[in-house]
Design a protein around this ligand. Structure first.
Ligand SMILES: [Zn+2]
Length: 161
């Protein structure tokens, strides 16, 4: 018992353990079924609210839901991951899926279909001053990476849409 005490740091400052924008940094693995979308929406809303970004919850939930829906639609039955981060004054949501690699011409057509499926989200995010993207995941990861990056003022702009 007394040996374990040496492993505990002295003077833990509980104030530093509070959720703030600076420590909004979560990554989740999800089974990838459509039922995950509702759970992810709930989680993203709670995270943003707890970390002082409640005004961004509506847009964040939309982005997470649409990115994950794209992954579930084009890569059914495979695991996906979602990360929610605040860095340098922007909210970043990223989804990785396990979409299979294609030959170049098939890959271009597939990417075009996936971008079309993201067109509404892309338009909304652009109108809010953000960026929506889709690309192949970079090695050593396989699959695809989709992301939305929005500045804080995007919440105000989204409320006006
Ligand atoms: Zn494909």
């Amino acid at each position: 018992m007394s040996n374990n005490a040496a492993c505990l740091p002295d003077g833990i400052r509980t104030a530093s353990l509070e959720p703030t924008r600076a420590n909004l940094n979560y990554s989740f693995g999800l089974p990838g079924g459509p039922y995950c979308l509702g759970m992810a929406r709930t989680v993203v809303r709670r995270l943003l609210s707890a970390h002082g970004l409640a005004d961004m919850a509506e847009l964040g939930v939309l982005a997470a839901s649409e990115l994950l829906a794209n992954a579930c639609l084009f890569t059914p039955g495979r695991d996906v991951s979602l990360s929610v981060r605040w860095r340098y004054g922007v909210l970043r949501l990223t989804v990785f899926d396990e979409h299979p690699a294609h030959a170049a011409d098939v890959g271009d057509a597939c990417r075009a279909r996936r971008r079309q499926a993201l067109a509404t989200l892309d338009a909304v995010v652009n109108a809010c001053g953000g960026i929506c993207g889709l690309a192949a995941a970079e090695g050593p990861l396989a699959g695809s990476r989709m992301w939305v990056v929005v500045p804080r003022e995007a919440a105000t702009l989204y409320a006006r849409i």
